[in-house]
Write a protein that binds this ligand. Structure first.
Ligand code: G3P
Length: 217
C-alpha cells in the first residue's frame, strides 16, 4: 500500500519524505487554508519535494470552470493530480481532464455507487472518506472493502485512495482490505510506530543496560 501524506505543511512532508514514507501528497482547500499559504506557491514547493502524485483540489463547482482550474493546476508540475469533487460536474471534469492525460483524484466519495461512477469516468484515484463516515456511526472501512470488491470484479484500474484517516488502526485495516493508497495526516503516520509494549520493553532494556554498564561506543 502506498502512503500519501494529507497535509500542505512543507516541514512535515519533508521529514517523512526523508524516511522514504511519502509516495505522494494530498491537499484540499481546508488544508491549504490551515497552511496559510498561496495554493499555487505551496503546491509547487510540494511538487519539487516529492516524486509521487500531489493532489491539488479545484474550488469551482461547474464542470467548465473545474476544467479550467484543473488545467492551471496541472501546469504547476508533471506530478499534479487534479482533485475534483464527486458531483455530476466533477465527473464531467474528470472525464475531460483524464482524456487530456492528466491524473485526476475524485474526492468526497461516500458510497460504492459514487466510486463506480468515478471509475467509469476514468479517475486515476477515488478518495473514499473513512473518518467522516465513522463520525456518523457508519463503517468507513466497509466502504473501502466494497469498492475493492467492485473494482476487482471488473478490473477497473482506478486506484482506491483511502482518505479521511484518523487513526493508525485505519492504516493497517486499509492495507488488509487492499486499498492501493492511504492518505493520512503526518501525526497518524508517526503514530503507527507506537506500541505500549515497545515502550515498556525499551524501558527495561535501558535499565538493564545501565545496570550491566553496557557500552558500545
Ligand atoms: O484529503 C481529504 C481528507 O483526508 C479529509 O480528512 O479528517 O478532514 O475528514 P478529514
Amino acid at each position: 500500500m502506498k502512503f500519501f501524506v494529507d497535509t500542505a505543511e512543507i516541514d512535515a512532508i519533508a521529514e517523512l519524505n526523508d524516511l522514504g514514507m511519502v509516495d505522494g501528497v494530498t491537499t484540499n482547500p481546508s488544508l491549504i487554508k490551515k497552511s496559510g499559504r498561496d495554493i499555487l506557491e505551496v503546491t509547487k514547493e510540494i511538487c519539487d519535494l516529492v516524486d509521487g502524485p500531489v493532489s491539488a483540489e479545484v474550488v469551482a463547482l461547474k464542470a467548465e470552470d473545474m476544467i479550467a482550474e484543473g488545467r492551471k493546476l496541472a501546469e504547476i508540475a508533471e506530478n499534479i493530480a487534479v482533485k475534483v469533487p464527486l458531483t455530476w460536474d466533477g465527473l464531467k471534469a474528470c472525464k475531460v481532464l483524464t482524456d487530456e492525460g492528466k491524473m485526476v483524484n475524485v474526492t468526497l466519495c461516500f458510497s460504492a455507487n459514487q466510486a463506480l461512477l468515478a471509475a467509469k469516468a476514468g479517475a486515476t484515484f477515488i478518495s473514499p472518506f473513512i473518518g467522516r463516515l465513522d463520525d456518523l456511526n457508519m463503517d468507513g472501512l466497509d466502504l473501502i472493502a466494497d469498492i475493492r470488491e467492485i473494482y476487482d470484479n471488473y478490473g477497473f484500474e482506478t486506484n482506491i485512495l483511502a482518505a479521511s484517516i484518523r487513526t493508525a488502526n485505519h492504516m493497517s485495516e486499509c492495507a488488509k482490505i487492499g486499498a492501493d493508497v492511504a492518505t493520512a495526516p503526518p501525526g497518524v503516520i508517526k503514530a503507527m510506530a507506537n506500541h505500549i509494549l515497545t515502550d515498556k520493553g525499551l524501558d527495561q532494556f535501558v535499565k538493564d543496560a545501565a545496570a550491566a554498564k553496557i557500552k558500545i561506543l
